[in-house]
Design a protein around this ligand. Structure first.
Ligand code: PEP
Ligand code: MN
Length: 333
C-alpha cells in the first residue's frame, strides 16, 4: 500500500503518521522526492484504518509493488508536453540525432536536417557508457555545452543520457533526461530523478523483464516525478545476427498495463543500419507513442555506433513513411 502525502505536508502531520504506524507495529518505508510517500508493507492492512488522516492525499492498494505506473490506477494515457511537443494519448514523438555529440558543426547539420524532416527532439550522447574502456567515451561536459548551444540556435528540445546522480545539476537545462539500458537498475540514480521536474526516458535493460522495467519506473514515479517515458531498445537473446533482439511485443503489453507513454529505439534494437526503417515501421504499427532513431551526417565515420546510424536522408524518409502508417489510424474506430 502506498500513502501519497500532500505536497506541502506539515511536519507535525508527518510525525503523527509515522508515530501511528510505529505504535501499531506496521513496517513502512518513507520515500522522498518531489513529494513524500509512505510505502506500507502490510498488505492486509485495511486502508480505512488511516481514514481521513491529515496530510494524506491518496491511498493506493498493493498490486505486486507495481502501483503508480499501473493502468488500474490511472485509466487515461499520460500525456507529456515537451515545450509544445506532446507524447501519449495519440500524440507521436520523433526523437533523432547522433549516438554521440562529436562537434558543433556536425550536430548543427544533423539538428537542422532533423527539424526539416519533422523530428521533434534532438538527441546526443555526451557521457557515453561504452562496453570497452578503449572506445570513444563522449565529449562529456563539452558535448553537453555543444548540445545546449545547438538546441538553442535551432530552437529544438534536447535529450541526453545521464550516467551518474552527481550530474543532475548539469542536466537541468535539458528538456528530457535519458536513463540508458545499463542504468535501468541504478536505483540510486532513479531515486534522484524522482526529485526532478524534467521528463525521463527510461530505457529497458537488456536483460530485464517487463515487471523489472516497470518497477524501475516506479522508483521515479514514487519520488514525485510523474513524467516517465518507457523505451524498448532490444534485449539480449541467443541471436547473433542482430546486436539485440528488438522486442516489439512489449509495446502492446505495456500500453495495456500502464498509462505511461512507450517509445521504441530500433537503432540499438537491431544494430544494423539497413533494418532500422523496417523496425521503425513495425514499432509504429504495434502502437508505440514515439521513436528514437540514431542518425548522422556521415554515419560511416561516426565515433560510436557507426553501424546502426542512418543517414539524414534515410531519417527523413523513415519519418515520412511513419506518418503514413500513423495516418491509417489502425486502432481507431
Ligand atoms: C544510447 O541511446 O545512446 C544508448 C547508449 O542506448 P542504450 O542505453 O539503449 O544502449
Ligand atoms: Mn548509440
Amino acid at each position: 500500500m502506498i500513502l501519497v502525502l500532500e505536497k506541502n505536508i506539515k511536519d507535525n502531520h508527518l510525525d503523527d503518521l509515522i508515530n501511528i504506524l510505529s505504535e501499531e507495529g506496521i513496517s513502512y518505508n518513507l520515500i522522498g522526492g518531489l513529494r513524500k510517500s509512505i510505502y506500507v508493507e502490510d498488505t492486509n492492512l485495511d486502508p480505512s484504518f488511516l481514514g481521513d488522516y491529515p496530510g494524506i492525499e491518496k491511498i493506493y492498494g498493493d498490486n505486486d509493488h507495481f502501483l503508480l505506473s499501473s493502468r488500474d490506477l490511472k485509466k487515461e494515457d499520460t500525456i507529456i508536453d515537451i515545450r509544445g511537443r506532446k507524447i501519449g494519448g495519440g500524440n507521436f514523438l520523433n526523437i533523432g540525432g547522433p549516438c554521440s555529440v562529436e562537434s558543433r558543426e556536425s550536430l548543427l547539420e544533423i539538428g537542422k536536417s532533423i527539424k526539416e524532416s519533422g523530428g521533434d527532439i534532438l538527441r546526443g550522447g555526451t557521457y557515453k557508457l561504452r562496453t570497452s574502456p578503449y572506445s570513444f567515451q563522449g565529449l562529456k561536459d563539452e558535448g553537453l555545452k555543444i548540445l545546449l548551444e545547438v538546441g538553442k540556435e535551432l530552437d529544438i528540445p534536447l535529450v541526453s543520457e545521464i550516467v551518474d546522480p552527481r550530474q543532475i545539476e548539469e542536466f537541468m537545462d535539458l528538456d528530457l533526461i535519458q536513463v540508458g539500458a545499463r542504468n535501468m537498475k541504478n536505483y540510486e540514480l532513479l531515486k534522484e530523478l524522482g526529485k526532478v521536474d524534467i521528463p525521463i526516458i527510461l530505457k529497458r535493460g537488456m536483460d530485464s523483464t517487463i515487471d523489472e522495467f516497470l518497477k524501475s519506473a516506479e522508483y521515479i514515479l514514487v519520488g514525485g516525478n510523474e513524467k516517465v517515458i518507457l523505451c524498448e531498445r532490444g534485449i539480449r537473446t541467443f541471436e547473433q545476427r542482430t546486436r539485440n533482439t528488438l522486442d516489439l511485443s512489449v509495446v502492446p503489453i505495456l500500453k495495456d498495463i500502464t498509462h505511461l507513454p512507450v517509445i521504441v529505439d530500433p537503432s540499438h534494437g537491431v544494430g544494423i543500419r539497413k533494418y532500422v526503417k523496417n523496425l521503425s515501421y513495425g514499432a509504429s504499427i504495434v502502437g508505440a507513442d514515439g521513436l528514437m532513431i540514431e542518425c548522422h551526417n556521415d554515419p560511416d565515420r561516426a565515433l560510436s555506433d557507426s553501424m546502426q546510424q542512418v543517414s539524414l536522408e534515410e531519417y527523413g524518409k523513415i519519418l515520412r513513411n511513419v506518418r503514413k502508417i500513423l495516418d491509417l489510424n489502425i486502432y481507431g474506430d
